[in-house]
Design a protein around this ligand. Sequence first.
Ligand code: NOJ
Ligand code: NOJ
Length: 515
Amino acid sequence: MFLWIVGVLSLYVSLPFVKFLRSDAVSWHDRYVPRGNFTEWVHAQNSIALERLLDNFIDENGAILASPSRNEPDYYYQWVRDSAIVVNTLVKQLPAIEQNLQYDQLVHRRILQFLNNSFVLQRLDNLSGKGVPTSIRGLGEPKFNVDNTQFNENWGRPQNDGPPLRIITILNYLQHLNNTGKQIDHIITHNAKEGFLPFKVTKDIFDNILFWDLQFIVDEWKSENFDLWEEVRGHHFFTSVMQLYAIERTLPIAKQNHLLRKKFVESLVDTRHKIREFILDNRTGFISKSANHIISCPEIYGKRSGLDIATILASIYTHDGSNTSEHLDLFHVDNRYILNTLYGLTESMSDLYPINRENERHSKKHNLAAVALGRYPEDVYDGVGISEGNPWYLATAAAAEHMYKLARKFIEDEKSIPISPNDEFWKFIIETNSKDKFDVKYHSHAFNETIKSFVALGDSFLDKIRLHVADDGSMSEQINKYTGYNQGASDLTWSYGSYLNAYQAREEILAYLSH
Ligand code: NOJ
Ligand code: NOJ
């Protein structure tokens, strides 16, 4: 006997969906976000997120501010990671944006500026190393000033996730152009001005930008470096998975179009194999017999639980749309280690952050749903300095995206859902006394209910965001764990990008469910 715990929350699941970005769209600035009703809010918040994300570009050179905040904290810089991630979000929005002329030209220009800035930053000497072609070490530099000069203060460097994230974003853009019959040289010529992108065709982008970031992965994949949270030197699941995926995405494109030299392609194939073995090897410690979830950074396992939203980010950033990857299936959204990571984070944070405890009032059964998530349970960064950690918007939106993608995965697979009560994740979905594994048969009533539960669980995370965004819909980096108000860097670009990603994944699964 089992029953669906979050099924009751399915009141959030609204059909049919309204198309976002209407052509009569007006600015959301200085307006209240309609938070009274989840369905109305979820669409309005999407327009707000896009508008505010686009506000964070420096107009003249297209550098992307991590946040406009200039003090407490000073985030008025461009981070390689944040920029690549949010531009990737914009690339994914392009099909919708192109139907609506409001942002079409602007977004293409921003993406070209991103290419241009990538080219320029790769060539800057910095405290991680000399720029290319002298050295590729400089590519590990995590952040730069917004005028494209190097940042010369102490920092957790190098951070080796920047180059692979940049590769993925650029390839997604090229793929989008290809899918829609657009030519990069045409787009470049159209936007050309003095000093802008000294090249034109896809092959140039491979030779001048992608090649270097790939070479960086080939040379540096095994080196210790700082994690995406810029705090710990070691090896990081997120970074290794992004490196593997960047190569995985490159190979078919490069081989088909002879965009890279044969010898170099061979070294990529070899590196892919090595990174994959490294990630799976028990001695590395991402996967350990002593834990049911991924250990984010093995070097500090024990001091920390290993639970980290970065693991969920690794999974959702590498499982996007129709791009499948045989070498990454192991870290797909339905992988048990990935699912148990989400469960572990949610369980610990439902207790850790007082704003989550109000759930208890609703019903015991909802205990684990509707939780605002932070980076990792042991976090002490409060957005300005060190005290106590808080929930983060991007972490909470990532959990929602994970659940929407999980629903989609099972529908697309057209297979039964294998449920193992030993994997804690399933406590979210079903209540059962049995320890036996069982399958929820494809197309059965139970299957449909399970899918709906995933979507409802996703919505419960977004619903936490609904409660805590400012009245005008703005999102900072964090949510104060006691008061529920915005905390830390204001208008964090990555927060908006994460919301857009979650919303898009939600629209996609709802479209599936409606036919
Ligand atoms: C700033 C970093 O970006 C953040 O991730 C970190 O937690 C704090 N510094 C504290 O070191
Ligand atoms: C702190 C985060 O830990 C890091 O991941 C991010 O790159 C910077 N803030 C800038 O947003």
